[in-house]
Design a protein around this ligand. Sequence first.
Ligand code: ZN
Ligand code: MN
Length: 271
Amino acid sequence: MKHNILIFNMTWTEYSARTSGGSTPVLLPVGALEQHGPHLPMNCDTLIPGAVCQQVAGRIDALVAPPLSYGYKSQPRSGGGNHFPGTTSLDGNTLVMMTRDIIKEFARHGVRKVAVVVGHTENLMFTIEGCDLALRDLRSQGIRDLRIVHMGYWEFSSEQTLRKVFPDGFPSWNLEHAGVMETSIMLHLHPNLVQFDKVPLHPPADFPPYDIYPVEPHRIPSSGALSSAKTATADKGRLMLDEYIETISMALIDEFGAESFSRPDKQEQTL
Ligand code: ZN
Ligand code: MN
């Protein structure tokens, strides 16, 4: 029998049976509601890590928590900036506290292996802070055996894959906002959500190596995309997504220990 993967579809008794022993990892996608150019929906940063988590959980017998669908404020050089209509962001402290509270709740249920899978660059330091505060609070309650793996999924791209997807050279992850990678993965996962005829054709944004506040929108491409996704294809999306699923699964097995992944019905077997 295939186990349930999505926590929000489970009963509390099913959830408790899976989590109380501490061996089942829980994966938490953390995204954003952020403009992604005129051609992509605003939930890309939530949808992509959510899909990664579901596929990984199926392979390693983990559970997926409901994603955090709002993130830290979009920044000009990595997300176009927070001035676009639709981009709906949290203060840093809110994201820190949400991450901290959710991890502490998992720990209360008995979970001892958590993976935070971030889909929005601007979240990273705030979700790290949430993990750190959760661990500090839990230590003060005598809980010292919770292990957290924290990642931005895109960091699992190999040089080889980047060379295939960007034959003319890889710009940077920041300039990839609403660019070839996200558009390709969306074409692979949800072609009906991509308006490919609206892909901007402008050159990549040209930013100085510093930020200016208040943000000056005229310095940012008005499309909201930081580079053109005109070379995006569903095949590239499949290539990149499959690599994330494979390498993130392997990383979690490494970090959480292969013994974590035995099925509950096998756990009665002792040495
Ligand atoms: Zn994005
Ligand atoms: Mn983003």
